[in-house]
Design a protein around this ligand. Structure first.
Ligand code: DHB
Ligand code: MG
Length: 229
């Protein structure tokens, strides 16, 4: 048996258990995934300089989301939580020229920053920033008006956002949700992040939702990917 074979977690049937994945595997994946361009690298530097929390998605996660959006032939995407605009720009790049990302941001400061960077991006025509709380803005979006949604905002509201997105996204559309691994604190006995408990509750809820076929993909901080049935 090769030394580099990843240990199996349990059992001996190749197909029943996943191979244990280490940080080395993620580095390996990242080294084989198209990374960021200079525009996105600069966007992150500028966001840091502007005091915006550095909690954007990893390039490999962006690649996965782009692949899923392309496979779903998505044209209309809804995002909850714009932050610096990084993920909105990444998603917009996977849409056709007449595609649109409607991204919702509650912080005026973050919305101002994102709008300025989006305007300078190659996909400025494909992104609308909607200012306000997800709980207020999502109900204004029409039923079946999106092909995909991405939840990446306050975790305590994820269940509410999911219910709204199940209305807004068309059948066979995608619903993705970030941070299923609770900022790395999923299994901590005493998580320091207040939102970690909300993530656990949301994960347990997702496992019961019958309107979606969904799974957590262990990339980035854990990405829920579901298809609306
Ligand atoms: C946090 C939020 C996120 O959406 C993320 O991807 C990483 C961290 C946070 O609130 O700490
Ligand atoms: Mg996130």
């Amino acid at each position: 048996m090769g030394q580099n074979r990843a240990p199996r977690l349990q059992g001996d049937a190749m197909s029943e258990r996943s191979s244990a994945v280490t940080l080395r595997h993620f580095d390996y994946i990242a080294a084989r995934t198209a990374g960021e361009d200079d525009f996105l690298r600069r966007l992150k530097d500028e966001a840091r300089a502007a005091g915006i929390p550095p909690i954007w998605i990893a390039p490999e996660q962006a690649a996965l989301m782009q692949i899923l959006l392309r496979a779903a032939r998505a044209r209309e995407v809804v995002e909850v939580g714009t932050l610096a605009g990084y993920s909105a720009i990444c998603m917009a790049r996977a849409l056709p020229p007449d595609g649109r990302v409607r991204t919702i941001e509650v912080s005026e400061k973050h919305a101002d920053f994102a709008e300025s960077r989006i305007a300078a991006s190659d996909v400025a025509e494909r992104i609308e920033v909607h200012r306000g709380a997800g709980a207020d803005v999502l109900p204004t979006f029409a039923a079946n008006s999106a092909d995909a949604a991405f939840l990446d905002a306050d975790k305590a509201s994820y269940q509410l956002y999911l219910r709204e997105c199940l209305r807004i996204v068309r059948p066979a559309g995608l619903i993705m949700a970030d941070n299923a691994f609770a900022f790395g604190q999923l299994f901590d006995d005493a998580p320091t992040d207040r939102e970690a408990l909300a993530v656990r509750a949301f994960n347990d809820y997702m496992a019961t939702v019958r309107e979606l076929q969904s799974i957590i993909i262990p990339i980035g901080d854990g990405l829920w990917v579901g298809v609306k049935l």
